[in-house]
Design a protein around this ligand. Structure first.
Ligand code: XIL
Length: 363
């Protein structure tokens, strides 16, 4: 990878200009978060879909120079890798994994079981047994294929949702409805059996801010994590998605206590999908970037005072490709493009980048 970076710099003007920081010269001069993260023992990651690879190869080449791991967005979802009962499709994931290996870039498996991306053909399976067999086969094929090459697997994504009114604040998902909460243990055990050495994560969102519903979610999550320990479920790590809201304050005391408890239960933590939704932040881009950076600073300061995350991943590389650009619910009323990430559309490192660099360096 260092070779790539050297090549980029040697490439002259365009590549070098891409590293200029709007807010000052510091970030341009500093080593990449790939380097800073590697020396601090916190792998810095970026997210970019594999489905577009190798069409987006030049983009991913630049991305590879800035980070240590890539999350191929949601492309490991069950429905994507096994579109029909008898057919698996790893074409684009394999191409991206090969590219990543050549650049010594890790891959994150996001995500095995989520209420989104459930294959339609599952509905035609025979009962409980049929579903468990299908789950086992999917894990064997998918986790097995990339065994020894993954940084982490997000085995379960977003299984908590107290609003559903179920016991323990669990979300009503097809897996839960068919198999009950034991499916969680089954999923982690299967992943562990197939790749004994990989880090297995439970990944969750929506518990960072000072809001009643987020406090409720933290409580439910802690209860679940405690139960995992009691039941000897093979979970190594809790993924804090960290989709921060520009509108809401970070709950410093609540989140500190939560993080302490997670660590006390023996879990590692990972910051898995960091970004800031700036839908309602001021129009001025400079001011907006400052507010976004401040939010990330408050957040990382709070969490990292309690735990050293194994990875910090931004949910996207450059602002223009953030998922928030594509939804009505996140659109700004002034129509301006959003600026949720650490790099702007011209690949320049932003103030958020600097905040992450400082947090990693001081960890
Ligand atoms: C998002 C993707 O970025 C979008 O492209 C997709 O349309 C919807 O999902 N939590 C997660 C991620 O765990 O998988 C989601 O990714 C964002 C919220």
């Amino acid at each position: 990878m260092d070779q790539i970076r050297r090549d980029m710099l040697a490439g002259g003007g365009a590549a070098l200009a891409g590293l200029l920081l709007p807010g000052g010269a510091a970030a341009r001069e500093e080593p990449s978060l790939r380097e800073t993260g590697a020396s601090a023992g916190i792998l810095y990651g970026l997210c970019e879909p594999a489905t577009q690879f190798p069409g987006n190869r030049a983009y991913v080449e630049r991305l590879a120079a800035e980070c240590s791991l890539i999350v191929p967005s949601n492309n490991f979802m069950w429905r994507s890798v096994q579109p029909a009962r008898e057919s698996f499709d790893f074409t684009h994931l394999d191409l991206m994994a090969k590219f990543a290996a050549e650049r010594d870039l890790g891959i994150v498996g996001h995500t095995l079981f989520w209420y989104v991306g459930v294959p339609k053909w599952l509905g035609a399976l025979e009962g409980r047994r049929g579903l468990q067999e299908a789950m086992a086969r999917y894990v064997e094929k998918t986790v097995g294929r990339y065994k020894g090459r993954m940084v982490r697997w997000d085995v379960i994504n977003e299984q908590i949702n107290p609003k559903d009114g179920l016991d323990g604040g669990l979300r009503r998902t097809p897996y839960l409805e068919a198999l009950g909460p034991d499916y969680l243990k089954f999923a982690f055990a299967k992943a562990r059996e197939v790749d004994p050495d990989v880090v297995l994560c439970y990944n969750e969102y929506g518990f960072e801010h000072r809001k009643e519903e987020e406090r409720t979610k933290r409580d439910a999550l802690i209860a679940l994590l405690r139960k995992f320990r009691d039941d000897k479920v093979e979970v190594d790590c809790v993924g804090f998605q960290s989709h921060l809201s520009g509108d809401d304050e970070i709950d410093i005391e609540g989140l500190s206590a939560f993080t302490r408890e997670v660590v006390g239960l023996g879990y590692k933590i990972a910051i898995t999908e960091l970004d800031v939704r700036d839908t309602n932040l001021p129009a001025d881009p400079g001011l907006r970037d400052k507010r976004v950076a401040r939010k990330v600073k408050d957040y990382l300061g709070c969490v990292m005072a309690e735990a050293k995350p194994i990875t910090i991943t931004n949910w996207g590389y450059t602002d223009d490709r953030s998922w928030y650009q594509y939804y009505d619910w996140s659109r700004r009323s002034d129509g301006a493009p959003l600026r949720p990430l650490a790099f702007d559309a011209a690949f320049r490192r932003k103030e958020q980048w600097q905040v992450i660099a400082d947090a990693i360096r001081n960890a």
